[in-house]
Each structure stands twice: as structure tokens, then as C-alpha cells.
Design a protein around this ligand. Structure first.
Ligand code: MSP
Length: 512
């Protein structure tokens, strides 16, 4: 299990013209679990998230509400930040593209690429909706009309700066081919490979039709195209170009950009070619997860089926939601959110399996030993088998985490929960307790069981930090300790420790 010394990971930056829903919560949560896991393994972690605030949509939304774009952004940013707090997201930095540090970086990277000859002034031709003052590409049109208002569009030309993306087709292909892990999962990699093989066109990277954005250095009529602006957040937050020796030097290239499948092309074609043109290193990995539907339907504001994460957390508890989102669907595939599935997971995996394990174990310890942990005596075969499985699970979970296979890691952990529950049934402490001659054996069983609970607590902590802390506190340990490394070896609990009788960790949910 090689421990990286440093680990840098990012979420996409979220648009402020939408309010946060479970789709956004999903990406951020996955990153938080990974960040906590890497910190637990002893790495110094930089976990970046933030908001994407520029562009015509925000400008327009603000206009209709009678506020400035920045006022709108300030309002919506708070909703993201308060949700992250509620979801227990422990990020390192929150970048807003309206910040000065970001503007400086975007203009610098633009200037560098321009100076190297890969940005030129040309003409951009597309379909324009005059009432909406918006350009649309051919594929965005609805029967030739504006997809927003439905009115006819006309072909118009606008002066625009272009990025010579075509020049980077071969270098990008070579990079993807030489780095099989660069784009994950594999199916996404194949999708991008065939897209790039079909040829890359130069990309229009400025607009003159709106003003809420970062001006092109030296030509203030033009605003830099939102994706050129947005993608640069990954390095502006690290201090590029003003502090090249600080976080930028320590954490770039980042270990992984975690994104949804819809923004894969921007991250694996546009962003790497911008970086190549600027002479900067490429991210080590881009991982695209799938999309959530809700009760079988696409989440959409008009269908009013957007799942509101604040409400879910209030109702079911933060750890239950964290568990469900990462357990229910393999990371990388699409999934469906349904209340039935959520309640089922809470009742079976959390209340029955984990919750009962902790309450049964501590209740028996309290009944048979007044809560004082006995020292283990000689081991029986069942004890050795259980210990052996715990010795193996950390390596297994580590491999799964390195592949961002969160659901598999949780499956492995729940196999241990199952093994510990089975251990109770097999070693029958209630029968041992009736026979004074078997007191030592009962002590060994209770020690083994509580040690299993401790290790499960260590394993679940990155996924369910509150639950991990509760388990630690029950076992008389410091709930603030979230280290994994150094705490995986069997025998961490000191005999004599006073263990509290646990309150149920997860109350059962009655079907509505
Ligand atoms: N602002 C851009 C990203 C710029 S990154 C340099 C953006 N923002 S977004 O707010 O629209 O989306 C952010 C993320 O939320 C994306 O990764 C997207 O895949 C994810 N999701 C939005 N809806 C989703 C679901 N229904 N399900 C899962 N994830 C979804 O794109």
C-alpha cells in the first residue's frame, strides 16, 4: 500500500444559475470521501471546489431578477457553501471565478498561449437569437429555432479569438494512448479516443455579445469564453501564476479531476490542449461518473423532481445520505434515486447490519463485564479467521479506493460487518455467559468483537465521519482521530477500557 505524500483532487465548479441538487452533491461527496481517505493514509491533501460564475446565462438571470451578476452569484454561492457544510464536506479551498486571483490566472494563460502563437483573431459564425442575444450552435437549435424562447434564429458573424486546438490533435492522442489511466472509466476513454481521432477544430474562445466575464487582455471588447475561464480554476486556486512555488508547485498536476460524464470532453480535450499550448503539465487523471435520475426520470427543474439534498439530510441524517449515494451505484455508471431504495439501504445496511452490530456488542459487554473490556485469552479458530479477514480488508479497500470504486470499497467493508455479526452467532456469548468455567473464553470473544467494531469504525470514517466518531467515542477513543494508517493492526483496544453502551446509530425508518 504505497502512500502518496501529497494528493490533489477537484470537483467541477458549479454554475450559479442553478441551485444545488443531489447531482452536484454526488460529485462533491465522492471527492470528500477520497480526500478524507487520503488524509487518513497520511497524505497532505488539497481538495478544491468552487463556483463557475461568469457567462451570459448568469448575466441574464441577474437582469431578470434586477440584480447585478455578482449579487446573484453571492446569493447562490452561499447555498452551495451551506450545503457543503451540512453534508460534512471538508474542502481545502473554494474558488469563485469572480475572484481577482482567478482573473489574473485566466488572463495570464491566455497571454502565454497567444505569445506562443496558438491564439489568433478570426470570425465566428453561428445561429443568433436576437431577442435572447444568444449564439447557438446548429445542434443546440430546436427545429431551427432558439432552444430558450422558440423564436427563429439567424446566421450571424462575430469577431472572435480562436485557439489553435487542431494543432494538438496528435499530441493529445499520443498522451491518451501513452497514459491508459488518464481518462477513466475505460468506456469514457474509448469515447474520447474516437472523438479525437475524427479531428479537432480550432475553438472559438471569446465573445463580444455579453460582458459578464473576464476581458481578453489587450482587447476589452472581448470576454473570454466560459470554458476557457472555468477550466483555469484548477490552477488559479493553486496560485498560478503569482505564487509558483507554493501550492501550485506542491499540488499541480493534480491527481484527479472528478467530473460528471456530461463535461468529459471539456476536461479531456479542451483542458489538456490548453495546458499543452501553455507549456504546463496535464492532470494525472480525469474520472467521469454517471448521472442520477430520480424515480426513473431525468432530473429537471420543469419536472420539479429535483431532489433537494438539505431536505434529505434533515430527514435521514447526513451519514445515511453519504452512504446511500456511494453505495447504491457503481461510480462511473448511471443510477436511479428512489426513496424506496434509500429507505431499504438505511434499514438493512445501516440499522440492521452496522447499527445492530455496535449495539449488540456494547450491550453484551456491559451485561457480562460491566462495560470493562477484558483481556483476550488463547485464540480459537473462529477468532483467527476473523482477524485474518481484517488483516486483508485494508489492502483490498485501498485498491478499490485507488480506482474510485467507492461502492466496492463499501461492499468490502460491509462484508466485514457481516463477518462480525456472524462471529457473534457462531461464538454464542450468551451461552458462554451461563457457564462460569468459560469466563475466559467469553472475555476473548468480547475482546475480538469490540476490536472488530473498532476496525469497522476506522474503515467507515471517510464515508461516514459522524458515525466513525461515534464508534470511536463509544470505544473510549478520541473521536477526533481520523487516521487510518497506524490504526489498522489487530489489537488496538486496551484491555480495561470502559466501553459505553451504544444508543442506536441508525433508527429504523418506517415505510410511509
Ligand atoms: N460549470 C460547469 C463545470 C465547470 S468545471 C471547470 C458545470 N457545472 S454544473 O453545475 O452544471 O455541473 C456540475 C457537475 O454536476 C457536473 O459534473 C455534472 O455532471 C454534475 N451533475 C449535474 N446533474 C447531475 C445528475 N443528475 N447526476 C449526477 N451528476 C450531475 O457543468
Amino acid at each position: 500500500m504505497a502512500v502518496p505524500k501529497r494528493f490533489c483532487l477537484t470537483t467541477p465548479i458549479y454554475y450559479v444559475n442553478d441551485v444545488p441538487h443531489i447531482g452536484h452533491a454526488y460529485t462533491t461527496l465522492a471527492c470528500d470521501v477520497m480526500a478524507r481517505y487520503q488524509r487518513g493514509r497520511g497524505a497532505e491533501v488539497f481538495f478544491l471546489t468552487g463556483t463557475d460564475e461568469h457567462g451570459q446565462k448568469v448575466e441574464k438571470a441577474a437582469q431578470t431578477k434586477g440584480e447585478t451578476p455578482l449579487e446573484l452569484a453571492d446569493r447562490v454561492v452561499k447555498r452551495f457553501q451551506s450545503l457543503w457544510e451540512k453534508l460534512n464536506i471538508d474542502y481545502t479551498d473554494f474558488i469563485r471565478t469572480s475572484q481577482e486571483r482567478h482573473k489574473v490566472a485566466v488572463q495570464e494563460i491566455f497571454r502565454v498561449i497567444q505569445a506562443r502563437g496558438d491564439i489568433y483573431l478570426g470570425e465566428y459564425e453561428d445561429w443568433y437569437c436576437t431577442p435572447c442575444e444568444t449564439f447557438w450552435t446548429e445542434t443546440q437549435l430546436m427545429d431551427g429555432n432558439c432552444p430558450d424562447c422558440g423564436r427563429p434564429t439567424e446566421k450571424l458573424k462575430e469577431s472572435s479569438y480562436f485557439f489553435r486546438m487542431s494543432k494538438y490533435q496528435e499530441p493529445l492522442l499520443a498522451h491518451i494512448e501513452a497514459n491508459p489511466d488518464f481518462i477513466q472509466p475505460k468506456s469514457r476513454r474509448n469515447e474520447i479516443l474516437s472523438f479525437v481521432r475524427e479531428g479537432l477544430r480550432d475553438l472559438s474562445i471569446s465573445r463580444t455579445s455579453f460582458s459578464w466575464g473576464i476581458p481578453v487582455p489587450g482587447d476589452e471588447q472581448h470576454v473570454i469564453y466560459v470554458w476557457f475561464d472555468a477550466l483555469t480554476n484548477y490552477i488559479s486556486a493553486l496560485g498560478y501564476p503569482t505564487d509558483p512555488d507554493g501550492n501550485y508547485a506542491s499540488f499541480w498536476p493534480c491527481d484527479v479531476h472528478v467530473i460528471g460524464k456530461d463535461i468529459l470532453r471539456f476536461h479531456t480535450v479542451y483542458w489538456p490542449t490548453f495546458l499543452m499550448a501553455a507549456g504546463l503539465p496535464l492532470p494525472k487523471k480525469v474520472f467521469a461518473h454517471g448521472w442520477w435520475t430520480v424515480e426513473g426520470q431525468k432530473m429537471s427543474k420543469s419536472l420539479t423532481n429535483v431532489v433537494e439534498p438539505n431536505m434529505l439530510i434533515d430527514k435521514y441524517g447526513v451519514d445515511a445520505i453519504r452512504y446511500f449515494l456511494l453505495r447504491e451505484v457503481p461510480f462511473g455508471l448511471d443510477g436511479d434515486f428512489s426513496h424506496t431504495a434509500l429507505v431499504h439501504r438505511i434499514n438493512s445496511d445501516l440499522a440492521n447490519d452496522l447499527g445492530n452490530l455496535v449495539s449488540r456488542s456494547t450491550a453484551m459487554l456491559s451485561k457480562y463485564f460491566d462495560g470493562a473490556l477484558p483481556a483476550p485469552g488463547p485464540l480459537a479458530e473462529v477468532d483467527r479467521v476473523l482477524q485474518g479477514r481484517f488483516a486483508a480488508v485494508f489492502t483490498q479497500v485501498d485498491a478499490q479506493m485507488n480506482e474510485l470504486a467507492f461502492n466496492k470499497a463499501l461492499q468490502s467493508i460491509w462484508e466485514m460487518v457481516g463477518a462480525a455479526n456472524k462471529y457473534i452467532d457462531e461464538s454464542t456469548p450468551w451461552a458462554l455467559a451461563k457457564d462460569p468455567a468459560r469466563q475466559e473464553r467469553l472475555g476473548t470473544v468480547m475482546y475480538t468483537l469490540l476490536e472488530a467494531v473498532r476496525l469497522i469504525g476506522v474503515l467507515v470514517t471517510p464515508f461516514m465521519p459522524e458515525t466513525g466518531a461515534k464508534i470511536a467515542a463509544i470505544l473510549g477513543r478520541d473521536p477526533a482521530v481520523v487516521q487510518i494508517d497506524g490504526h489498522t493492526a489487530w489489537g488496538g483496544l486496551q484491555p480495561g477500557t470502559l466501553v459505553a453502551k451504544a444508543e442506536p446509530l441508525f433508527p429504523r425508518i418506517e415505510a410511509e
